[in-house]
Design a protein around this ligand. Structure first.
Ligand SMILES: [Zn+2]
Length: 466
């Protein structure tokens, strides 16, 4: 249990017992040093040296902290919003002059105002019945790094930062959507970057507000560096995404064509995830009104709504639904600021009520899919900020949600062969992860995060250790 308001004594360590946090830090330092000789030292010797180094470190730490009389005591404090290190030490019950001495020793490696809210600090004291004397401090300064401060023989405080070695791995999240897709992905160790990519990949197939429900299945396979506590420090490539929305499963694999700068996404058969036109040419929007008959919010009478409305804050970027040529960009009556793009095969798309146009968007200009052509607004006949989106076929509005147009970019025979090798590599990783999860007896419906060390894909290992 952690006290938010005041210090809580978690119990004291009997003399002679090691101090876990520092022992772990010391062990990490030991292994860190050994890492430099990898290849020349046998695994057995390495393990023995590591054990010896750890034992020595424990003895040294122990002496440093228990050289004096008194009973060591650990107090945990949780950092409140806006709290500095000085305030937190005060909250833990440290004597002001001792706290100052400790802060001085930390100041050149850590800015005491950079503490994060809810962060846990371990503050160490030693008491001999009367007043508790401040003896040390340990906390996570950032993911993958810890700061420890302790008193040395001469009574001075000594602070140091320990960088934990980061582990590269391919991680897999298999989860049921609980509250939201975003929460499920983040809880599994993915970052916002993966969630954003997922939304982009599925932008052609799924309307996230309408099509995703609690209970739907999500799978992500991605490369990451994690710290010793299993937390994601940073992620590299997303390799695989799958969504099973009410039994309609769709999966895509990352694949980079030779000679292309960026990777693209393909289904198991090598068909591109990109489609001719996007269903949802905007990110993070809520579908507020579909195509069909409805009572007009301003005019009052029932009319055929010839487009799809997406509610989103003013200024949200609007993307071109497909490659094409701008045929209109300007004010257009009830549509307000309006852009119309001509695509191939008699298709056009239109975007209304924009607050402003994208850079360089004017009639005659060629635009590519996902290029920003304008920003959400409420110009023209509109009740609030939203995008009114229309898809037209030979001049007639059709329902964009029913759009069934074939894909554009397909792989050549050689590219397809290369894709299948990459797909099989990713599938093998997924199978290995699945077995690992089953062996661990992971309960159904819960986020299962498994991790296997693997050979990183292109460029992933840059700066593996920090
Ligand atoms: Zn509309």
């Amino acid at each position: 249990m952690i006290a938010g308001s005041g210090p809580m004594v978690l119990g004291s360590w009997p003399r002679g017992l090691r101090w876990p946090a520092l022992a772990v830090a010391a062990a990490a330092v030991g292994l860190w040093a050994l890492g430099g000789f990898a290849g020349t030292v046998s695994p057995e010797l390495r393990a023995r040296l590591a054990a010896e180094a750890e034992a020595q470190a424990i003895v040294a730490e122990h002496l440093a902290f228990t050289g004096d009389v008194g009973v060591p005591e650990e107090r945990e404090v949780q950092v409140a919003s806006g709290e500095t290190l000085a305030m937190a030490l005060n909250k833990a019950g440290a004597n002001p002059s001792e706290a100052n001495a400790l802060l001085n020793s930390v100041s050149n490696i850590f800015d005491g105002r950079r503490l994060r809210r809810d962060q846990i600090l371990k503050v160490y004291f030693e008491s001999n019945g009367a007043e508790a004397r401040l003896t040390g401090l340990a906390f996570r300064s950032e993911p993958g790094a810890a700061i420890t401060v302790n008193r040395t023989f001469d009574g001075q405080f000594r602070a140091r930062q320990v960088m934990m070695p980061l582990t590269f791995e391919v991680a897999r999240i298999a989860a049921r959507v609980e509250k939201s897709l975003y929460d499920s992905a983040i809880a599994g160790g993915a970052t916002e970057k993966e969630v954003r990519q997922l939304a982009d990949i599925f932008a052609y197939d799924i309307d996230f507000q309408r099509d995703i429900h609690p209970g739907d299945a999500l799978e992500l396979v991605f490369e990451r560096f994690r710290d010793d506590e299993g937390r994601t420090v940073k992620t590299e490539n997303l390799l695989f995404v799958s969504l099973d929305a009410r039994g309609a499963a769709k999966s895509f694999y990352r694949f980079k064509r030779e000679g292309e700068a960026t990777a693209d996404w393909y289904d198991a058969n090598g068909k591109s995830a990109r489609k001719f036109l996007m269903k949802t040419p905007i990110n993070g929007a809520r579908l507020s009104s579909g195509f069909g008959l409805r009572r007009h919010p301003i005019l009052g009478y029932s009319a055929l709504h010839k487009g799809t409305d997406f509610a989103a804050p003013t200024g949200t970027p609007i993307m071109a639904a497909g490659d094409g040529v701008v045929v209109k960009a300007g004010y257009n009556g009830g549509y307000g600021n309006y852009v119309r793009i001509r695509h191939s095969d008699g298709y056009e798309t239109a975007y209304a009520h924009m607050s402003r146009f994208g850079r360089g968007v004017r009639p005659g200009v060629r635009v590519s899919q996902q290029q920003v052509i304008g920003y959400v607004g409420s110009t023209g006949r509109s009740t609030g900020p939203h995008l009114h989106y229309e898809v037209l076929l030979r001049g007639q509005q059709i329902n964009p949600m029913r759009l069934r147009v074939p894909t554009g970019r397909n792989l050549s025979a050689t590219e397809l062969a290369a894709f299948k090798i990459e797909r099989d590599r990713i599938d093998a990783l997924r199978v290995a992860h699945q077995r690992e999860a089953e062996l661990r007896g992971a309960p159904r419906g819960q986020a299962i995060v498994t991790a296997a060390s693997a050979v990183p894909s292109d460029g992933a290992i840059r700066g593996g250790f920090r």
